[in-house]
Every structure is written in C-alpha cells, then in structure tokens.
Design a protein around this ligand. Sequence first.
Ligand SMILES: [Fe+2]
Ligand SMILES: [Fe+2]
Length: 372
Amino acid sequence: MNGINKEDDVFGRARVKDTSELTEYYKELSEIDTGALWTVANDIEPWEPSPKSAPTIWRHSELRKQVLRAIDLVRPEDAGRRVIYLRNPKRQDVSAACGWLFSGIQVMKAGEKAGAHRHAASALRFIMEGEGAYTIVDGHKVELGSRDFVITPNGTWHEHGISEDGSTCIWQDGLDIPLTNALEANFYEVHPEEYQSSNLPTNDSPLTYGAPGLMPALDKWDKPYSPLLKFSWEPTYEALKNYAKVSDGSPYDGIIMRYVNPQTGNDPMLTMGAQMQMLRPSEQTKSHRHTGNIIYQVAKGNGYSIIGGTKFDWAEKDIFCVPSWTWHEHCNTDRSEDSCLFSFNDLPVMDKLGFYKEQEFPENNGHQIVEK
Ligand SMILES: [Fe+2]
Ligand SMILES: [Fe+2]
C-alpha cells in the first residue's frame, strides 16, 4: 500500500508497498468479500486510541433559550421526550455527545408528564432548574430538585413529569444509546398502559437507601443496579466539603467523589458512572488522560478546562466533554468560592472490559501548552 505513515514504516507494522500484481490481487479478494489485513491493519489497530469526538462545550446561555423555545413548538405526548440533544460535531453519525455517550437537555412545564417507556440503554439525569420534577422508576417515584442526580437503569420502566404546582424544569439527560446501538443490543418499549401505576410511597428509594453508611437490615434488593435512585445535591456537596477538610484529593481532579450503589460500593449502573468534584478557590489541577469518555456539567462556579490543548472557559450549567485518551486539566478561576463539576462517564465499561488506562502529562510540570 502507498502512503505509509512514518511511524508505521517499522518492523511489526503493515508496510507493504502497492504493485500492479497486488492491486489486481486486492480486487479479486474484494470480489469474494475479503481483504488483505495489511491494507487496513494500521488504521484498525492504531498505536493508541484516536478518539473521533471533538472536545466541545455547550454554553448554557445559548442552550437554555433554545430549549425553552421547544415548549411552544412540541408537546411531550408527541415528541416522546422534549429533548434538545447535544451533538458532537464529529459524532453526528451516531448522535453522540462524546464517544458512545448521548446527552440532551429536556424541558417540561408544570403539570406535564411524559409517558412511561423502557429501553436497553441506561439513563441518568442531572437537574438544572425548576421545582416539582419527578421521575418514576419501576414504580418508585422520586422527587427531584436542582443539582440532584437520578438514575433510570437499563430495562426499567420510567417516566418523568412536573407536579401541577411546580415550575418549568430543565435537566440534562445522559444515556449510553450510541454504545447500546454500536453493540446492536438496543430495545425500546412503550408502557402498555401509557403511565405506570404504583402503590409504593413517594421517595421510598431515597428514604430507604439514602442515609450514608447505612443499609436496611432486611434489605432484599437483588437488582444489578443501585437501589438508591436519587442522589441529592446537599449531602453530596457536604461530603465534598468534609472530604476537603482531611484530603488534598486528586492532583488531576481536586476533591472528587463517585456516586455509588450503596449496596455494593460499585457504580450505580452497569454501564455508566457519575462523579461530583470540587475545585477549591484558585485550584488548578494537573493534566492527565485516560480511556473512557466524560461529559461534565458545571454545577457551581466559574473556571476553565484545557482539553486536548484547547482552553474552554466555563460558567455554571455549561456542559463540556473530554473524549477518551485526551489530555485534560481543570481550573477554578474564583479566588474565594469553590466550583463543582458534575460528570458522567462510560468508565464502568472500560473497567469491566479491561480497557481502562491512565497517564499523567509528562512535561511542563504537568500542564498542557494551550494551542489556541
Ligand atoms: Fe427513557
Ligand atoms: Fe480525568
């Protein structure tokens, strides 16, 4: 083949030069639905991951007004879900925000409810604004407030709505739809009765499983995902502040904690994890990279992240992504207030498949040079 990259022109890599005889051979191979591995090997087996996704930021100031417009344009009953999805410029073919992760911004107004459904993809949401939002997961209704994080694991019936006395609510959805589709394992079902009916008390999940360090003695939960469906903002923030009193945290992430299944200490769902991190006033982290894709939402504060050599300034409720194996570091530019980043990821997949790998930035005292 022609056009061999310099780094591939070595022993152990494919470096066969084209000849007329080989060209004819390749043609004949293709006629019987085959090909010579050495013509594609360097592309399909890169030396290291070469993520397709572009580091991207979606600014709340632009996003919010467009999301609100959708209220007058479509009804949840017709749209299924009134969501504006975040489209990575390099992943339009699979409707992904980053890597194999989907994300969107959903808006509902007081009294609206979207029908129940279930799918093979797992889902999570992080509440951005509004009062009265709720999610029902397999009959368990949880009430949601700003910066709360809720899960709807794969295969569970779920529906969302806003109480009559609530206000317009906006939240970020995160799903592994692109991954599930890539694995050709996705299913989608609409609930036969449109909405779930349940006699379970409201908030039974957080009231049963939401106390730190405690589990009910008679616990009978046997599902592969967390029995705690909602993770509230206040105790999460409190936990970060307490942890900061006794730890310097991670050099790459500051004070960072994982949301976990209280029964196992593992990620709350099989395929997606989530974290909340706090950057102390003026804190600037060092750069690292790892496999796995991360989508962040600024839960609190102002700062910037340098991702793949590009600086992205962020403010509260902005959303940005770090593609797999891309250098990234974060900085809180406020000198007196902490800032917090919510994030969700596909790290459980990387971990389970044995693909997780991490590396610290080796030069310049751990900081990237900003390219633009
Ligand atoms: Fe859903
Ligand atoms: Fe990271």
